[in-house]
Design a binder for this molecule. Structure first.
Ligand SMILES: Nc1nc2c(ncn2[C@@H]2O[C@H](COP(=O)(O)OP(=O)(O)O)[C@@H](O)[C@H]2O)c(=O)[nH]1
Ligand SMILES: [Mg+2]
Ligand SMILES: [Zn+2]
Length: 303
């Protein structure tokens, strides 16, 4: 066992910016990037980790303030990235704009105590009329309040607004493949070389294995592009936790306002949350997502 004081003070401080195979790229002071190798039996670093390096080895990993994982089946999970402050939920209205998918990601982010930011990309593909319909649909997210950015990498709409929201933060982009995550990073970080559209180029169903990578925004902040985030979602969330993921429900569900103390806010009479939905104070689509997620959730703990 190493002495705790030694592990945290030895070596050069650095930031893990990519990790592929057994080679870890660590950025140290003045932007220099060192290719480091892993030692046997070493705790595995991930992109976003703050580390200490000596030569080409990683001595230690600093404690993480947050981490993003994905389920790998059989109740197991794998960490994708660390020290994340914000999750950019990227949608592209054509072909799919799904409130339910947004809400799944948003709940996952809330449960990790990470700020969700909604990005609706490919706005150039919408007519003016469709655009204002979309704008109305997004209002329920602005009301929560979540930041909402409508973007296009062609017109460059929304990119500086997005960069502004991420300034001084480390953010991961999540969303289906093809929605434009890599393109958005390329648009925000023109100094970097970024692979765009690698999936469509290889044909449907084939995914090129690309490394998770961290990019610096010119005005401050970091964006992380990861092929693993396709699977980042809610898995095995407990029923008792679902409610915590719906931030705007709290003011109605708290203070024992429901008739029953153990109200699940699904079907019970005298429910303050359902009343807020009826009064239009909670969006019907958000409540629908809540119902679906409650149905899907693992019901281990007695609610
Ligand atoms: N029309 C339009 N196409 C876009 C936009 N953003 C990305 N694309 C295209 O969508 C495809 C997938 O983009 P990519 O960034 O690889 O998506 P990713 O899988 O989410 O990383 C590429 O062909 C991009 O050129 C946009 O704002 N408007
Ligand atoms: Mg991509
Ligand atoms: Zn209730």
């Amino acid at each position: 066992m190493s002495k705790p004081n030694q592990t945290h003070t030895a070596g050069l401080p650095g930031l893990v910016i990519s990790y592929f195979g057994s080679s870890v790229a660590v950025e140290v002071e003045d932007g220099q990037v060192l290719q480091c190798h892993l030692k046997r039996n070493q705790e595995l670093p991930v992109v976003g980790d703050r580390v200490r390096v000596s030569g080409d080895t990683i001595d230690s990993i600093e404690p993480r303030h947050s981490q993003l994982s994905r389920g790998t089946g059989h109740g197991k999970s794998k960490v994708i990235a660390a020290n994340i402050d914000a999750i950019l939920i990227v949608m592209a209205p054509p072909p799919v704009f799904s409130e339910y998918l947004i809400d799944r990601y948003a709940v996952a982010a809330e449960l990790l105590n990470i700020q969700p930011i909604l990005v609706v990309n490919k706005m150039d593909l919408l007519t003016n009329e469709n655009r204002s319909d979309m704008d109305k649909r997004l209002q329920s997210y602005r009301d929560i309040p979540y930041p909402v950015v409508m973007s296009s990498i062609y017109s460059k709409d929304g990119l500086s607004e997005l960069a502004h929201h991420v300034k001084d933060k480390t953010a991961v982009l999540v969303g289906c493949s093809g929605v434009g995550k890599s393109s958005i990073i390329a648009g925000c970080c023109p100094q970097d070389e970024i692979t765009v559209g690698e999936v469509s180029a290889k044909g449907a169903g084939k995914h090129t294995t690309t490394a998770t990578r961290l990019y610096h925004l010119p005005g401050g902040g970091q964006l992380i592009d990861s092929p693993g985030v396709r699977e980042f979602n809610l898995w095995e969330v407990q029923r008792a936790d679902v409610l915590k993921g719906f931030r705007e429900f709290q003011q109605y569900s708290n203070h024992n306002s429901c008739k029953f103390r153990d109200c699940t806010h699904l079907v019970e009479p005298g429910c303050a949350v359902q009343a807020a939905v009826q009064d239009g104070k909670i969006s019907a689509s958000r409540f629908e997502s809540y119902q679906k997620l409650m149905k899907e959730a693992v019901n281990e703990k007695k609610y």
